[in-house]
Design a protein around this ligand. Structure first.
Ligand code: A3P
Ligand code: MG
Ligand code: MG
Ligand code: MG
Length: 351
């Protein structure tokens, strides 16, 4: 068996509601009996050069904001959403920055963004102070970068930029898909998180950029997330048909990545969410048992798992949501193409 990586639900279909609708898939790096080829013939990577440059700039600015905030987060910067999940000033700031930067970088294109956050809670009584803090944070990042120095954003501009993310998407035309901080719980713990941005074209993910500010540049195989200062911060990107690359967040020298080529299931280490409630599933346990995996799992938050999988730090990523939970496209779109975009990778449906 030439097992390389397994991912549950990476096939993104955008519907009126931004949920994933697909059956689980297996990824194999080498030919297997049940392989199917990737339907990437319709799109050329050359068509997305300026979108890729804009996406990389937008997520890099957002990563800078998140790095600054992770060190200085206050209790008052964290709120609870209606589903009890956390949201912070950094989630809002990151979404505002990505939305604003994409529109500035691609002024002639029609802009549609499907993103996780909205301004509803910021506009309620008591939200003004938080909104002002986000506005200052975004302006500080833009000023220190020297980008778009022609304007300082107002609180209204920030609300507008965040709420551009209310697009319903759809299978026609182009839509950006953004998770401004994926793994907010990891972000708050000081652990892994990602800024995840993808582009859908006619319902297909054609481009993905994944900034992982705390991911070491070297392998985390064996579960080690520790590294010396200066060695963390990865930017993964992939354009359909063009392979997957990784570069340090603070440099532009990219290297092509390749998945782990092990064919020994005993060594096939598994990525798991740090949050046990997101990952522990009877089906995962029985697959791992049947494969005879002996390698210890690597437990990290967020789509950093897809980045680490794409460069071979581990071999398997299973994600079977518990009953009643519906996956959202922003939790997988960018990570999905970072793995599926790798050249010579093969797909196989799990039976
Ligand atoms: N019960 C659940 N099952 C699966 N995913 C869940 C979940 N509850 C929340 N999530 C999603 O899991 C994401 C984090 O992924 P991971 O578990 O890989 O770190 C969260 O993204 P946000 O942090 O952007 O809200 C959230 O959308
Ligand atoms: Mg969230
Ligand atoms: Mg998320
Ligand atoms: Mg998020």
């Amino acid at each position: 068996m030439n097992l390389v990586s397994i991912i549950a639900k990476p096939e993104i279909t955008i519907t009126k509601n931004p949920y994933l609708v697909s059956s689980p898939l297996l990824f194999f790096s080498n030919k297997t009996k049940s392989e199917t080829s990737i339907p990437r013939v319709l799109f050329s990577s050359m068509s997305y050069n300026k979108e890729l440059a804009a996406a990389k700039k937008a997520v890099s600015l957002a990563a800078r904001l998140c790095q600054k905030m992770q060190k200085a987060i206050l209790q008052s910067d964290v709120q609870s959403k209606s589903d009890k999940s956390p949201v912070t000033v950094a989630d809002y700031g990151s979404q505002a920055l990505v939305s604003y930067a994409l529109q500035r970088e691609l002024p002639s294109e029609q802009f549609s963004l499907v993103a996780e956050e909205d301004s509803e809670d910021l506009l309620k009584d008591g939200g003004q102070e938080t909104l002002e803090r986000i506005t200052k944070l975004v302006n500080d990042i833009l000023a220190s970068d020297g980008s778009y120095s022609d304007c300082t954003l107002s609180t209204e501009d920030i609300v507008k930029a965040i709420d551009c993310g209310k697009s319903e998407g759809g299978s026609r035309g182009r839509h950006w898909v953004l998770d401004p901080i994926d793994g907010t719980k990891g972000f708050l713990r000081g652990n892994q998180y990602a800024i995840a941005l993808a582009l859908l074209d006619e319902g297909t993910v054609v481009l993905g950029v994944l900034a992982c500010p705390n991911l070491p540049l070297t392998s985390i195989a064996g579960g080690s997330q520790h590294s010396l200062p200066g060695e963390v911060g990865c930017l993964f990107f992939s354009v359909v048909g063009g392979g997957t690359y990784m570069q340090p967040l603070d440099s532009s020298s990219a290297v092509k990545v390749q998945v782990n080529a092990t064919d020994n299931p005993e060594e096939a280490s598994l990525f798991e969410s740090y949050e046990a409630a997101h990952s522990m599933h009877d089906l995962s346990s029985s697959i791992v048992k049947k494969l005879g995996v002996k390698a210890p799992p690597v437990r990290i938050d967020s789509q950093a798992k897809y980045g680490a999988l794409s460069r071979g730090d581990g071999v398997i990523y299973l994600r079977f949501p518990h009953k009643g939970y519906r996956e959202k496209i922003w939790d997988h779109a960018a990570g999905c193409i970072v793995v599926s975009g790798i050249e010579n990778i093969r797909f196989a449906y799990m039976s």
